[in-house]
Structure formats: structure tokens, C-alpha cells
Design a binder for this molecule. Structure first.
Ligand SMILES: [Zn+2]
Length: 263
């Protein structure tokens, strides 16, 4: 029996990708759990910011922390709202400087279809794997989050920034040629941003350990049920995929205290 606070799985970009579900004093190698029955039961809450046993509101945080923690400021989801480069505080200037004032990329990834996004250079492979991308390419390399956000806003008129998680999990992907699409996208950007073009045209590829993709999916969560059961047939993005076509998004269940049994 494994127990602890759920947090998103750690991934290792191997072929196939390896996932580890880590707790304070033990861990589960998820690829080895494929073909086994998993039983997850909810025992309580542990806010990832204050550690309180308080109902989780979003992103693993209780309501108070969600609205107060510097880790969930508006600039996280909307990079163009970053202000650390102006020395302006949102919730905690030291934290925001550390996170925002470091090299970022604007990228294309292929999740359910083509999507545009922003992430820190240090975090890029993890970001792509977490969203279940099968391919990705770097468009721009920028010195901070704000500029990456501006570039993303320019491309949002022509490209989605969202993943259709159902299609990602049923593996119905609208594939496009990323190198070709990178050229098209660079043509659309303003000159101020085009100068950050990345010379790296590598198409990164990701292979997930999924025995059989479901035809349609139904989501389960600890918010709605106290127990999650099923035979694991694969892991993609931050989702566990079960034999009966139900799926469990580990990331959106962060902050729940659970016990997990395997057999
Ligand atoms: Zn809290």
C-alpha cells in the first residue's frame, strides 16, 4: 500500500516515457503498474501551499492559497501579464523575478492538434510530456516570460493554445508538418518578436506507454468520488488510462491525500 499527497507524476523522457508517482516516503513506477489493478482511495486533503486539511479549490491549493499564493498568479496562465521585468509585484516580487526573468520559449506542440504555448527553457520537455504532446518544436527563444507571452498573444489569432484532452487521450491527432508550420508562424509575428527566432528546428518526439487507446473517454476525479478503481492500460500526459475507458488526471487531483493499492 502506498500513501501520501497526490502530486503530478515525474516523467523521464525515455522510449517509452517513464512515469513515477512520488510520495514523501515511497513511490510507484507507473510503467510497471500497467496491466495491474489500481485502487485509489481518498483520505483527506493537504493543500500544496499551506498543508491544511482543507478542501482543494484548484491546482492543489485550498481556496485561500489559490487566491494568495505567488504560484497561482494570473501571469502563470497568461504570461503576457508578467510584470517582474518592470520591477512590479503581483503577489511576491522575489518569486516572480526568479520565475519570470529566465529564458523562455514559444513553441508548437502536437497534442490533439497543433497548439501554441509558452514555457521556461528548463521545463520544456516536462511541459510537453505533461500535456501529452507527441511532437513539438521551438519557435522563439526569449529572455523572459513577458516577451514570450506577447508572442503567444500574436499567434493566438491563428493557432489554438488549448488541448482537447479527449482527443489527446483517444489519440485522434490532426498532424501537421511542424517545420513548415514554424515558417508560417514566424511570418505572422511582428518584427520586434521575430528577432528571437530559434535556430533549433529539431522536432522533438514523445512515445507514451499505452497498450490500447480508448475509443472515447470518461473522466473520474476524487472531487466526485472517494474511490477510483481500474486496470491500468496506459499513461499519457498526466492521465492514467484504465481498461474500461475511464481516465484519471493526476495533476487535477493534486493535493488529495490518498492510499493506493496495486494488484
Ligand atoms: Zn492552503
Amino acid at each position: 500500500m502506498f500513501s501520501g499527497v497526490l502530486q503530478k507524476m515525474t516523467s523521464i523522457n525515455d522510449n517509452p516515457i517513464r512515469y513515477i508517482l512520488e510520495f514523501e516516503s515511497n513511490f510507484i513506477l507507473m510503467n510497471q503498474a500497467i496491466n495491474k489493478e489500481i485502487h485509489i482511495s481518498k483520505k483527506g486533503y493537504c493543500c500544496l501551499s499551506c498543508s491544511g486539511n482543507i478542501e482543494i479549490f484548484a491546482n492543489g491549493f485550498c481556496k485561500k492559497c489559490f487566491f494568495e499564493s505567488p504560484k497561482s498568479g494570473d501571469w502563470v496562465m497568461r504570461p503576457e501579464l508578467s510584470k517582474a521585468h518592470l520591477d512590479q509585484e503581483d503577489r511576491d516580487l522575489d518569486f516572480e523575478k526568479e520565475m519570470q526573468l529566465q529564458p523562455h520559449i514559444l513553441y508548437f506542440s502536437m497534442t490533439s492538434g497543433l497548439k501554441v504555448g509558452v514555457t521556461r527553457v528548463k521545463n520544456m520537455q516536462t511541459r510537453w510530456i505533461d500535456q501529452g504532446a507527441v511532437e513539438s518544436i521551438i519557435l522563439l527563444e526569449l529572455p523572459n516570460r513577458y516577451l514570450a507571452g506577447l508572442a503567444e498573444v500574436e499567434l493566438k489569432e491563428d493557432y489554438s493554445d488549448k488541448t482537447n484532452w479527449r482527443k489527446m487521450l483517444t489519440n485522434e491527432i490532426n498532424k501537421v508538418d511542424l517545420i513548415n508550420e514554424k515558417k508560417n508562424a514566424l511570418d505572422k509575428l511582428s518584427n520586434d518578436l521575430k528577432k528571437y527566432k530559434s535556430g533549433n528546428d529539431e522536432v522533438y518526439k514523445f512515445n507514451y506507454n499505452v497498450l490500447d487507446y480508448p475509443k472515447s473517454v470518461k473522466s473520474k476525479s476524487l472531487k466526485k468520488s472517494n474511490e477510483i478503481n481500474g486496470k491500468l492500460v496506459g499513461v499519457k500526459g498526466q492521465y492514467l488510462i484504465f481498461e474500461d475507458s475511464t481516465v484519471f488526471n493526476v495533476r487535477s487531483n493534486e493535493g488529495y491525500v490518498v492510499e493506493i493499492g496495486l494488484k
